[in-house]
Design a protein around this ligand. Structure first.
Ligand code: FE2
Ligand code: FE2
Length: 140
């Protein structure tokens, strides 16, 4: 767990709990962020519970699709608003999806390294919301 991130941003890294302070004030995007935080928690729990790793591939497949939908919707909002850092933001989304798909394709989900790798991805996502998504939210 990243103690600095938890301290600086008030992010509950244990439960991946969404918080009102993360709101971007676009209703559909805030709803999607909540669903994604829930998914991060569910997948982390499944990875941590060795007896439940059989559910991980289907959870990851659903998470992958949901993230793509969210990123598409978010990029459309930024595009409509003329957000100047859209291309940089889009690249970050692409990096996340690439990392997620590599993770899906290359792991036995029963290993501790798989858990650590997913925690890193979850931290990346939360950091993305509280810093980069905040940028477009402030621009809108
Ligand atoms: Fe987002
Ligand atoms: Fe984003």
């Amino acid at each position: 767990m990243n103690a600095d991130l938890k301290h600086e941003k008030g992010v509950n890294m244990i439960t991946y709990a969404w918080d009102e302070t993360y709101a971007v004030d676009v209703e559909i995007l805030d709803q999607q962020h909540k669903v994604i935080f829930d998914s991060l928690r569910k997948i982390s729990c499944a990875l941590a519970d060795g007896s439940d790793t059989g559910s991980v591939p289907s959870l990851l497949d659903a998470f992958d699709i949901y993230c793509k939908v969210h990123f598409f919707d978010e990029e459309r909002v930024m595009e409509t608003a003329g957000f100047p850092h859209l291309e940089l933001h889009r690249k970050q989304h692409e990096l996340f999806i690439h990392g997620l798909e590599t993770f899906k394709a290359s792991h036995s989900f029963r290993t501790s390294s798989a858990q650590d790798e997913f925690v890193t991805m979850a931290e990346w996502f939360i950091r993305h919301v509280v810093t980069y998504d905040r940028e477009y939210a402030d621009f809108l």
